[in-house]
Design a protein around this ligand. Structure first.
Ligand code: GLN
Length: 419
């Protein structure tokens, strides 16, 4: 009797704050892909290595005895390299000690920013579909998410007239995921403490336009709200007409923005877990307050590897963008041939498509079929929405793979999906 009662009481020992999240979709789909030997276009990670210069520097650091804790805010030369990169991108001079904090990947930076800034009951605005960390880390902070929906562009590639904040001013502006200005305005309440911006945007491949960022900036200033800007895909843009803009560089925004980025996407080193935050001292204090008690510091040898690549990696990035743009085009063409509606991806290494023409009842059903029977794994995006029912028509594919991997995936899609 005693054990049974005990068992019932501790049936679900997971803390309530995590219960609604279940298992991460990335872990779930990657495991399913492995089990069915599917080409894994679900979780976004490259199937090739990052620049040799980074690896060699990390190995040298290991051999040189850099195996103890790094400084809590980062190995000094890495803070300096991050500050130099920020300046080289034309974003201004920053202080590596006062403004830069090195974290265990951008994932930890997201957690540290939210947990370090938000009090229980504070509201945080999040655009859906979103990277799942945002809502989970908001829950860790006891904060309440308020969502603003990004809507797919109309089929046929037309820009939505009227309702969207225009990317350019003309109606020939490229089709992109858009949000309703009035929904954004209504999301700001007296309890709003922060808004999370993710540009370039995972999972849609959207790059937020200057007009959109200016609207967000104006609302942040009117309502005294902090912008937390996740920019990990900042270098993976494919369309010169849609450049990446850091919201911290807009007038009045430096003082109220925490910018987050990392090494992982830019240099194909997702497993290194080297990320950072850039923010004015008052907001840096929030990030560090949490960071010191989450991990204390990031991995020391990996930070040394990062130093080596941050100043010298531009050629690598150029090659990567070429590969990803070609992969995106090949995958988009294939999916269209298979009957899906493909939404344009201007950045990141993801694209979204609508699968409804193929007759599956949900994104989960479609992704399961894809993984188990077609041999290609993808992500069911409904997990990226808080609004119930949204995302069921969609599927997200990652295209951060070797050309030959993408060709194999496309062959399988053609064989498995075209009748
Ligand atoms: N950012 C990656 C993606 O969206 C996955 C990150 C993770 O596995 N947590 O696919």
């Amino acid at each position: 009797m005693q054990p049974a009662a005990h068992a019932a009481k501790f049936d679900t020992p997971v803390a309530e704050r995590f219960r609604s999240f279940g298992k991460s979709i990335f872990a779930e789909m990657t495991a399913l892909a492995a089990a069915h030997k599917a080409v894994n276009l679900s979780q976004g990670f490259p199937d090739f290595d990052g620049p040799a210069i980074a690896r060699e520097a990390a190995i040298a650091a290991l051999n040189a005895g850099h195996s103890q804790y790094a400084r809590m805010i980062g190995v000094p030369a890495l803070n300096q390299a991050i500050a130099r990169r920020w300046a080289r991108a034309g974003r201004g001079e920053i202080d590596p000690e006062a403004h830069v904090t090195v974290t265990a990947g951008c994932s930890e930076a997201i957690g540290a920013a939210l947990v370090g800034l938000l009090n229980p009951g504070d509201e945080v605005i999040i655009f859906e579909p979103y990277f799942d960390f945002y809502t989970a880390c908001a829950a860790m902070a006891g904060a309440v998410p308020r969502v603003v929906t990004l809507h797919p562009p109309a089929a046929g590639g037309q820009a939505m007239g009227g309702r969207a904040v225009p990317a350019g001013s003309s109606s020939s502006a490229p089709a992109h995921f858009w949000f309703d200005e009035s929904q954004l305005r209504a999301a700001f309440t007296p309890r709003t403490r922060a808004i999370i911006i993710n540009t370039p945007h995972n999972p849609t491949g959207k790059v937020f336009s200057r007009a959109e960022l200016e609207l967000i900036a104006t609302l942040c200033q009117q309502h005294n709200v902090v912008a937390i800007s996740d920019e990990v895909y900042e270098h993976l843009t494919f369309d010169a007409a849609q450049p990446h803009i850091s919201i911290a560089t807009l007038p009045g925004m430096w003082e109220r923005t925490i910018t987050l980025s990392s090494l992982g996407k830019t240099f194909s080193l997702t497993g290194w877990k080297v990320g950072w935050s850039i923010a004015p001292p008052a907001l840096t204090a929030c990030v560090r307050a949490a960071h010191q008690f989450m991990v204390f510091s990031g991995s020391t040898p990996m930070q040394h590897g990062a130093i080596a690549v941050l100043d010298s990696g531009d050629e690598y990035i150029a090659g990567l963008k070429e590969l990803y743009a070609a992969n995106r085009d090949m995958l988009s063409d294939t999916l269209r041939q298979c009957g899906l509606t493909v939404f344009p991806s201007y950045s990141t290494y993801f694209l979204m498509a609508d699968h409804t023409a193929l007759g599956y009842e949900s994104d989960r059903a479609f992704c399961e079929h894809l993984t188990k029977s077609v041999g290609v794994a993808a992500i069911p995006p409904s997990v990226f929405y808080l609004t119930s029912g949204m995302g069921k028509d969609l599927v997200r594919f990652a295209f951060c793979k070797k050309a030959e991997t993408m060709r194999e995936a496309c062959d399988r899609l053609k064989r498995g999906l075209t009748r």
